[in-house]
Design a protein around this ligand. Structure first.
Ligand SMILES: [Zn+2]
Length: 96
């Protein structure tokens, strides 16, 4: 796999993902623009989001939320959700 110039640190060529993480246009953008290491960082952040907001990743609304967060966190499009670290690990939807 050829190194790519990751959008998050373009000065430093980095290993690309072997394949898009999703079968969608967003997945292909990630493979072209986000290196394997930043994707791993995102997956850890995603786990925090899932735990913090009590998401069920099988539900379409949870998937939509997480895809929106991929765009916000990795591509700077839209608003990244805040994680209140004082409540980290608590289960339940926002406000409940
Ligand atoms: Zn990167």
């Amino acid at each position: 796999m050829e190194p790519i110039r990751c959008l998050r640190h373009p000065d430093e060529p980095s290993p690309a993902l072997p394949r898009p993480p999703f079968r969608s246009e967003l997945g292909e953008r990630i493979q072209r623009g986000i290196c394997a290491r930043c994707w791993r960082d995102w997956l850890q952040h995603q786990t925090l989001l899932i735990n913090h907001f009590g998401l069920d990743p099988r539900k379409p609304e949870s998937k939509e939320f997480l895809y929106g967060q991929v765009r916000a966190v990795l591509f700077g499009e839209g608003e990244a959700a805040e994680i209140d670290t004082s409540k980290q690990g608590s289960i339940g939807p926002p406000g409940g």
